[in-house]
Design a protein around this ligand. Sequence first.
Ligand SMILES: NC(=O)c1ccc[n+]([C@@H]2O[C@H](COP(=O)([O-])OP(=O)(O)OC[C@H]3O[C@@H](n4cnc5c(N)ncnc54)[C@H](OP(=O)(O)O)[C@@H]3O)[C@@H](O)[C@H]2O)c1
Length: 328
Amino acid sequence: MNKGTDSKHIIIGGGSGFIGRALTMALRARGDVVTWVSRDAGDDRLTWQDIAQHGLPACDVVINLAGKHILDMSRRWTKSYRAEVISSRIETTNILVDAINASSTTPTVFISTAGKCFYGSQAFRASEQYFDLDEHSAPVGVDFPAELVSMWEAAADRIDTAKVRHAKLRFGIVLSSRDNEYSKRRSKIGARGIFPMLQAIFQRGLCLSMGAGVQPFPWVHIDDVVGICLQAIDNPDMRGIYNAVSPGIVSNNDFTKLLARKLNKSVLGHVPGWLIKAVVGAERSTILLLGQRVKPTRTQESGYVFRFPKLEACLDDLLALNQKRSQI
Ligand SMILES: NC(=O)c1ccc[n+]([C@@H]2O[C@H](COP(=O)([O-])OP(=O)(O)OC[C@H]3O[C@@H](n4cnc5c(N)ncnc54)[C@H](OP(=O)(O)O)[C@@H]3O)[C@@H](O)[C@H]2O)c1
């Protein structure tokens, strides 16, 4: 299966998604062999049924990135959507964990992923008072996204750590402007993350922060997400939780001001919280209206050096990429 002595076979659940495609590109560029686990059959893919029925093929690494997008604006927040958001994470994780635990040719590492929502929404506890949280912190408030992450991580924690190293990544809001063939077929948010949509809105002059705007905006550049995943694959000492969130966290107001300035626009004000709740539903509105001051303490201690530790450099990079694209 491997192409060379150092080349690895990496199985990625949900590899066809926004983060999975960026990671796949980086892995293939360095000579690794990548197989996606997907709902759809195809080249270099296995389906979830294949794994559940026949077990895991020989591989070195398993990563799970599968999950129905929680902020799909094209869908109303209904019971069935909520159930799909949960099952798409728990059932896929269960299939991979059961297959790894039962496998006789166990991979070296299992990387499970979730979100910074694990820490809950701090403003539930102390309105507008945000303090630093890191991988050592317990959740500070319980809302639906925090409950979801906690169920998702509990499913991943069933992995037999006597057989396989387990690294748990918690992603912040992933910013990218990379384009690919996929983004032409899917909704913008699912294809390239939230940034291209925000840029398009701001470019129309609608530079607005969300609700009070004081809530933290725990962003991370896609290159750092890929970099942290590669390090979690390669570094045999990486076990346990790692926040994939930039150390240069800002508030939603500061993000709004900086992006507006970069686009030569003025900030108009705020989208009122009640309107956001009415549009996206109260349960998922906490993702936009509240937040977590999440720090990547263990990630940095592991030796990972962020390529984009500051928001300004991140925005310059993303906007330059978009400008180059529009000139082609
Ligand atoms: N992007 C972010 O800013 C961010 C932030 C925090 C956490 N995360 C988490 O990180 C993971 C990867 O993020 P992403 O942005 O790359 O996700 P994505 O592009 O929205 O989706 C990843 C993959 O999940 C699979 N999927 C979608 N709905 C599914 C369902 N109902 N059942 C089973 N599989 C389903 C799809 O693969 P197939 O179509 O091939 O089946 C899709 O390509 C997600 O779990 C997400 O919650 C992302």
